[in-house]
Design a protein around this ligand. Structure first.
Ligand SMILES: [Zn+2]
Length: 235
């Protein structure tokens, strides 16, 4: 595979593995003393698979707008700028340091998340019918590995980072979690209900999948608070 750039990570592992990351970088993991020719031979064997993954990652990235500046944030599927003037999100002048400004922007985004999510829940609850009465309230958390969860006690937890993705995708997650008020599992009945309430969910789930891989690669893992691991059941 001429010209294939990859990062080689040697460790005490016993086997060789290759991973194509959402960013398009390739990471090869191998045992400490494995000779380079063996690694190259392995990569040649997996060439078709690697190219397929690279194309898949590229296709996903291409539907996501580029965030090119540090003062750009993803918000409801768009790129917004923040700053003290001429920006989408205006930071008060009294906050002079970038750290204080970033905290302000994070708080603004969290309150946006709260109001957008609550509004969508209120809009979708009637479609859930009587079991929707079990709905007890919304909790926001920063989560690393999931967009939402529903507890058996009727609380919906949504990842506050969900405000970064397009509204259609947010609605898909909201409907998914509300449908768990009726079926606390991922069986056929659950999927029928989701499809009934939100027929567009297949498309928005695919788009969310693309956003998820890009956000994971670029920011979610870096910004999520590791102490807020979610231990709730069905997500
Ligand atoms: Zn679920």
């Amino acid at each position: 595979m001429d010209g294939l750039h990859y990062e080689l990570v040697r460790s005490s592992r016993r086997t060789l593995s290759v991973e194509v990351q959402p960013t398009g970088s390739i990471v090869v993991r191998c045992p400490h003393r494995m000779p380079l020719y063996e690694i190259e031979r392995f990569l040649v064997m997996r060439e078709a698979w690697i190219n397929e993954r690279l194309q898949d990652a590229e296709a996903k990235r291409s539907i996501i707008p580029q965030r090119t500046q540090p003062h750009h944030i993803y918000h409801r599927g768009e790129v917004l700028s923040w700053g003290w003037q001429n920006a989408d999100v205006i930071v008060p002048q009294r906050l002079t340091t970038p750290e204080a400004a970033q905290k302000f922007v994070a708080r603004w985004q969290r309150s946006e998340a709260e109001s957008v999510f609550s509004k969508m829940i209120a809009q979708e609850l009637p479609a859930i019918g009587v079991p929707g009465l079990r709905y007890q309230g919304l909790k926001l958390r920063r989560m690393k590995r999931r967009w939402g969860s529903c507890s058996s006690t009727g609380f919906i937890t949504l990842n506050e980072h969900l405000i970064r993705v397009p509204d259609g995708c947010i609605r898909g997650v909201v409907v998914h979690e509300l449908c768990h008020l009726v079926h606390l599992h991922h069986g056929a009945a659950f999927h029928h209900l989701v499809a009934d309430v939100y027929p567009e969910h297949r498309m928005t789930d695919a788009i969310l999948d693309a956003w998820t891989s890009v956000l994971h690669a670029t920011e979610i893992d870096a910004t999520a608070d590791p102490t807020t691991k979610n231990g709730a059941p069905a997500s």
